[in-house]
Design a binder for this molecule. Sequence first.
Ligand SMILES: Cc1cc2nc3c(=O)[nH]c(=O)nc-3n(C[C@H](O)[C@H](O)[C@H](O)COP(=O)(O)O)c2cc1C
Length: 342
Amino acid sequence: MEKTVRETIAQSNSVLITDPEEKQKIARSILEALQDWFAITESREEYIRSSAGQPFFAAFMENSPVGFLCLKETGDATVELAVMGVLKNCHRQGIGKNLFSAAKEYAVKQGYEFMQVKTVQMGLYDDYDATNRFYQALGFRELEVFPGLWDEANPCQIYVMSLRRQQTFQDLVSRRRSYRGRFKPGRVPREDLTAIMQAGLDAPSGCNKQTTSLIAVDDPELLEKLRAVIQPPVGETAPAIICVLTRRITAYRDRCFSVQDYSAAIENMLLAAASLGYGSCWYEGHITDTDRIGDQMAKILGVPEEYELVCFLPVGIPESAAVPPKKKSFEERACFNGFFLH
Ligand SMILES: Cc1cc2nc3c(=O)[nH]c(=O)nc-3n(C[C@H](O)[C@H](O)[C@H](O)COP(=O)(O)O)c2cc1C
């Protein structure tokens, strides 16, 4: 029996195919149906042959393949969208865009920095013009035209896209996880703690009241004193912690935005910590319960009464990987143009 491994790529209906035979079967079924683009038997067969060894994404409708996309590594940091095809009667349904999103997500995760794609230059054939427009809509930019790369009737347009910016931000946001494991020993440099705290201070605040203040603790003796009151213990092996203080002051009329203010600051700090390779966790519930651990910590740190210590973030190099929690799908929590949650 043919063994197929299908892995659904997050946030798209495209499937990563790993079985070489299935790849070739799908590529053949799609490319042979797309004679307007893949009429030359020799090159079509080459695409099908090569697809067996390439990262391969397929889209299905009622269990039949309706499109596919292959990537090809062209350098350490570069990858090419080697070939893609979607059955003509399935165009304009977002299938190509989904395939591309899955491939791009894969390429970013693999650490590629640029993606290129080749097609016939705009302005010569209607079908290829549509392909050009499709690539441009995905965000590809014209790099150069090579008139003689294929043949004179088909000047080759090379498009390129940077995966870098995407990699930095999207990767960071999706990589951040609450880390509750042990930390490696060793101090966190002050400049890193400062950078993390600055990210927190850079967050927006209601009416710019800047109600959030921060105290980083990296003094081992002081950390010991704080640990003694954080019961049951959490973040106890962290070489540093950042305590989040808030002042419950009015922003305008009777509106106080202190919770929103410190929440924005905390998220910025969690992302900044992750970007520097540190693990952390938003410990608020643990210290604001009826046992008022936060108040005891505030006392140890000499925090004046008008401030409340609402949260602390351990900061350190994780010893193990964070356990990712189960999250609902995009469609269950977000939608467009009205309430269409599934
Ligand atoms: C307001 C708030 C309070 C939290 N308090 C705690 C806490 O006391 N202890 C804890 O282990 N995690 C706490 N967390 C972290 C959440 O449990 C965590 O963000 C959630 O499970 C999702 O996991 P993720 O951060 O890896 O996406 C808190 C998060 C928020 C936003």
